[in-house]
Design a protein around this ligand. Sequence first.
Ligand SMILES: Nc1ncnc2c1ncn2[C@@H]1O[C@H](COP(=O)(O)OP(=O)(O)O)[C@@H](O)[C@H]1O
Ligand SMILES: Nc1ccn([C@@H]2O[C@H](COP(=O)(O)OP(=O)(O)O)[C@@H](O)[C@H]2O)c(=O)n1
Length: 420
Amino acid sequence: MARNLTRQLALWSARVFAAHPDRTEPIYFALSGEHPVYQENAFLSSRRIFSNANVYSIHITTENRFLRERIHSMLQTHLLSVLPGNCALIQLVSFLPNQNRSVIPGFIVQDFQRKEETEIILKDMAKINECLLCSYKKSEGADLWQQSIWCATEGAEVKGSAHYIIPAAKPAAHVSVLNIDSVVFHCFEDAYAALQECKESIPEAKEILHLADQSPRHMQRSNFPVIVIEGLDATGKTTLTKSLQETLKGTLLRSPPPQLSHWRDQFDSQPAVIRRAFYALGNYITAAVIARESEKAPVIVDRYWPSTTAYAIATEVVGEKENLPSLYSKVYQWPTDLLKPDLVVVLMVSPEERIRRLQERGQVKTQEEKELEENNLFRERVDEVYKRIEGSICKIIDANCPKEEVLQQVLHLISQYCRL
Ligand SMILES: Nc1ncnc2c1ncn2[C@@H]1O[C@H](COP(=O)(O)OP(=O)(O)O)[C@@H](O)[C@H]1O
Ligand SMILES: Nc1ccn([C@@H]2O[C@H](COP(=O)(O)OP(=O)(O)O)[C@@H](O)[C@H]2O)c(=O)n1
């Protein structure tokens, strides 16, 4: 048993940690057995976390992404209510440099009064959940921290070797990018597997999976063109898609399709992996309808895969658009098993015009849309993902102009790119 824990401890030592990962500039640090070259400024921020307190780190190690997010939010609420005053809770993730899906979420707890009670509470919590608890005690007089690991499933504690806390190199991509594959699905099976992870806790997931099972797969568009209209809320999608339907005598569809609409509130409040899997499967279900309808008339689709991808990435990544996955990342590529339209038109309007239209409409907004309004960076990230999605298929148009002009611009694009 102890050997197993020692191995885990060695594994932890290979990891890099990011404290405050939701900030544009997290504090990156690592544990090192080697005496570091002394660079006071660089060391300061990471060591400050460990100095003058007993420090613990909790890591949520379950492989089930749904459980991981659930446990994370449950732990946060619980820790804030049970930890003694004078303890601080810091968001923490650990990861293997540049390795996708290696991110393990967790927390750092700083106990400035060094109370035994804190350790008892934390061990107790780690018992309930699939967690690893580590403690770090500063060695007398030295600049070293003794790391111990306590594993609930094994009910044992192992003292590791003493480590120096060293600042780790800032990764090439922001740490949030390493987790992007949990929310952007590259094929039907990935999205399906994500919903399966939660089907015991969320019975509605079984119904979505059932609908997905019944939906024909690998469908291709037929004789008539398929045009997708994209853009942030209030950029004019509903207005334009209706005009296009009339002008082209087409069929108007939207993703998620009507049979999924009544589950949206339920899935919008779930952990990101589940929420995004719901929309991703909605796209596959819509694809089958697009294929069928495009045998009879042109098809216009209000939101589809680009929405799912743009919102998923923009929510996961923090800060400036420069933090988005690199231009050549797989996340911007259309899934090969999902029906591809002839043309995607992205409507872009200035932030001021969008807010004016939102206010004019006076509708209750979703939380995500409220955030968009408050958070210009988020809006910029959504727009930037739209721009990065395979350029040849996505055409961005300036939709600040009157409705008729927007329609004319899009009809012109259709005449260029689609065979009517
Ligand atoms: N080109 C336009 N110029 C001015 N107002 C517009 C334009 N297009 C749409 N609107 C108005 O803006 C609001 C949002 O449009 P809507 O089509 O509902 O957007 P979305 O479907 O993208 O949320 C509506 O009140 C609509 O009448
Ligand atoms: N195909 C789709 C459609 C919507 N969505 C999600 O749904 C939200 C917007 O949907 P909405 O119906 O409120 O948008 P509007 O069409 O009303 O502008 C976004 O925040 C996305 O998270 C998605 O992920 N994939």
